[in-house]
Design a binder for this molecule. Sequence first.
Ligand SMILES: Nc1ncnc2c1ncn2[C@@H]1O[C@H](COP(=O)(O)OP(=O)(O)O)[C@@H](O)[C@H]1O
Ligand SMILES: [Mg+2]
Length: 390
Amino acid sequence: MEWVAIAERLGAGAQGEVYAGTLEDGRRVAVKRLAREPGREEIQRLHFEAALLARTGHSGILQPVGLAWTEGEVVLLTELAEGADLARLAAALRPPPAVVMALGAAIAEILDEAVRAPGPDGRPLGLVHRDLHAGNVVVGADGRPRVLDLGVGHTSLSRGRRTASGQQLGQLDTLAPEALLDADAAPPRDVFALAAMLLQLLRGTPIYGGRTARQVATLAASEARFDELIGEAMAGVPGAEVLRASLAHDPRARPTAAELAEVLARASLAGGGSAQGWARQALDLLPPLAPGPWSNRRLTLEPAGFDRDTDVVDAGDLGAVGEADPTVRDRRGQDTARIARRLPTRGEQQATLEGGWQTWAMVGAFAVAAVGALGCGVLTGLAMLSAGLG
Ligand SMILES: Nc1ncnc2c1ncn2[C@@H]1O[C@H](COP(=O)(O)OP(=O)(O)O)[C@@H](O)[C@H]1O
Ligand SMILES: [Mg+2]
């Protein structure tokens, strides 16, 4: 892979932009370029992503082709998925419910295989994608979904935090409550994300509506209020019991990816669902991709190897052990993880509410006193004035 001819820009995400390219030997690849000038951590993370993709070895997860230096940057090359991402496709043509179920079943199967993929010691890696949303799923003309972007993935081998400070961690629209509250990274988090994504496809709007990250984090602090929020989002969605269960506030109450796959496959069969017809129509409707700053260039590649055994473990040591995931930014750029960390735990909730009541009572009393004092002052002033004038 000595050079790559860069063609159209396939898309952009939180980490960077991705281009379609052709290697010297004719292989078509996707080239991921980081948005920011990479520091040690970013480079290590790309190694981690490449190693993680390789470890899954799954046809539903885009496999790495290599890591390379070019133009002073490190790029990750992966297989190119023909088709388009689900966010673009759904915007072009809303998928009918049976198609949503079929896509969901296939993605749940991919999640299940990923979580069981073996680590270097032969034991399951326990891979959690942590950023599953429609922009990270590519669907081809055959209707088959493929999952990409393990940039903020997490495994049971990851000992420390996995994201650099200030970096976006997951899209708010599919973020599970535990991710907002204590940055938990266990497999049920992906089940929640998948269900939230499917519900968004069915309804056309995200589960959290237009709420800010701060508002969602506040709601997530109370199981009852969160359930109410999800209940509202589910209203009028047909046959969605399994999605409701997958959106449970308590991660332990959710079905596993394997269970979800089974139920969704049955639902899609009952609806005669296959995603192929829809995918073809939607692809035909898409406008052509726009070029990006790197398009129409030939870039020389300097291989920067990665190791699917060591890189998948070493990168887990990024940052301090036991530190919570740092930031989740919503569309307005609010830092929710910090907000979430300030939220009271369930036990503290009552105390805070009482404290809040007392504080407001004090503020109220103070305000009355201040207005009173001001009023007296004004009256005294007026009296003095009139006395003086008189
Ligand atoms: N291998 C690929 N094949 C086709 N499209 C891709 C591929 N990789 C990425 N894309 C497109 O590029 C976008 C951004 O890629 P992604 O890996 O998610 O980057 P980020 O980590 O910045 O979110 C995706 O939403 C998708 O549209
Ligand atoms: Mg992405």
